[in-house]
Design a protein around this ligand. Sequence first.
Ligand code: ZN
Length: 501
Amino acid sequence: MTKLTFQEAYSELVKLSKKLSYISSLLSLSGWDERTYMPKDGYKHRAEAHAILGEYLYDEWTKDYVGELIEIAKSGDLDEIQRSNIYWWEKRYKEQKKIPKELLIRHIKTSTLAYHVWKEAREKDNFELFKPYLKEIIEILKEEAQILGYKNEPYDALIDRYEPEMTAQEIANIFNELKSETIRLLNRVKSSKKDFRSYVLKGHFDKEKQKEFCKFLLEKIGFDFNRGRLDETTHPFATRILPNDVRITTRFYEDNISSSIFGTLHEMGHAFYEMGLNEDYFGTPVGESVSLGIHESQSRFWENFIGRSLAFWELFYNDLKKFFPQFENVKLEHFYLAINEIKPSYIRVEADELTYNLHIILRFELERDVINGKLSVDDLRDAWNDKFEKLFGFRPRNDKEGILQDVHWSSEMGYFPTYTLGNLNAAQFFYKINEELGDIYKLVRKGEFKTIYEWLKEKIYQKGSLYKPQELVQNVTGERTNPKYLVKYLENKIEGLLSIE
Ligand code: ZN
C-alpha cells in the first residue's frame, strides 16, 4: 500500500473499528433476541448465523493490513486517547493472530458440545458424563495459555482475557486476606444464632406486579427508558446494542420477591456503565467498558451497596407495600434483615453478600491448580468437595450442588475471579464516594441517585478503556484493589444486622 501518515493510518483504524462495532451490534441484538423472544426451535440456524458473523469479524480483525496500520499509527506522536486505542487494538490483533484458526474452531465446537453435555450431566447429577468434555476444554485452554504467553504462570494468560494485566498471584494475595476475614465474620454470624426472618419474604407475588414494581424502581433511580428496556429471561443479563439502546433482563419467581428486584438492580448497574460510556468514542476501545472486574463492580454496587441498604428501603418500603400489601405487617427492619440473610449454601448464585466470595475463591484456587498442571481433572471433583468443606464446614451432597452447578467450565476458565474483584472494587468506590460526596446513604434516603450516577459516570463510565483496569482503580481511589474496603463494609453491615431486634 502507499505509505500512509500515522494520522491517516489511525483514521483508517478508527473507521474499521467503528464499522465492525456496528456490525457486531447486530450480533448483540440477535443474541438478546435469542435469549428473550426467539421461538424455541430457532436456535439451530441462529447459531449458524452467529458463527458466520463471528468468523467474518475475526477475519476482518486479523488481516495483515490491520497489523500494518497499527505499526504505522504507533510510530506517530499520539495523544492519550489515540495511544490507548492503539494499545487495545494491538493487543487484540496480536492475540488473535497467535491463536491458530483450527484451535479457535476446536474451542468453539467443543464448548457448544460441552454446554449440552453439561446440562444433561447436571440434570442427571453425573459428573462422569461431563468429565471427558471438561478434559478437552482444559487441554484447549492450556494450549491457548502457552501460545498467548504469560507473566508468571499459565493461568495468568486466561485471567488477562477478562481482567487485563491482572495476575493470579496478585489475586491470590487479595483473596487470601479476604478469605480469612470472611471466615472470621461468618463465624461471628454463626455464633450469634441470628434469626434473619427470611420467612417474611415468602408468599405469593404476582408476576405482573413484580414487573411493575421493578419498572417503578428503575424509573425512580433514573434508568432512561428512552435509551433502554427491561425484559424477561431465564438467565438475566444486560447488553448494550448501541449507545442509546441498552437492554436489561430479569426473571420473576412468584414465590420469591427478591430474585426479580435484586436481579433487576444488578443488571441496571451493568446498564448504567454501558449508558454512561462516552458516545463520541463509540466503536473504539476508549468508548468501551474496560474489564469484567470493573463491570461487575457497577452491578454489585447498585444491587448490594445501594439496593440492599437500609436507606434504600427507608425510601421505597412504603411503595413496596402498595404493590404488595402482605408487607403491611412486616417491620422495615425485619424486611431489611431478610433481604440480607447470611446463610452459607451450596449454590453460588444463591449466596449472600458475605459467603459469595468464598464460592469464588474456591473456583479460583481450583482453576489455578488445574491450568498450571498441579491438579488433574480426575481429581477435580474430590478437590472441589474437600475445599468446599474446609471453607463452609459442610460437604456437597451431590455434583449438582457441587462441581456441576456452573456453566462456565463448559467453555472458559479465568472468568470467576472477576466476580469477587467486582465486589472488592465496588467497596473501594463506595468509600471513595462517601469521602467525596459525604454520606452516600443520606443521598439514597433523599432519592438523589443522580448525584451518585454522575460521580460514577465522570470517574468510571466516561473513561471507558482509556486506562487499564487497575490504573483506573488507582486513579479513582488512590490505590490498587485492596481487600480492606470490602472487609470493612461487610463488618459494619453485619454488626448492624446483628443489632436489629
Ligand atoms: Zn453481573
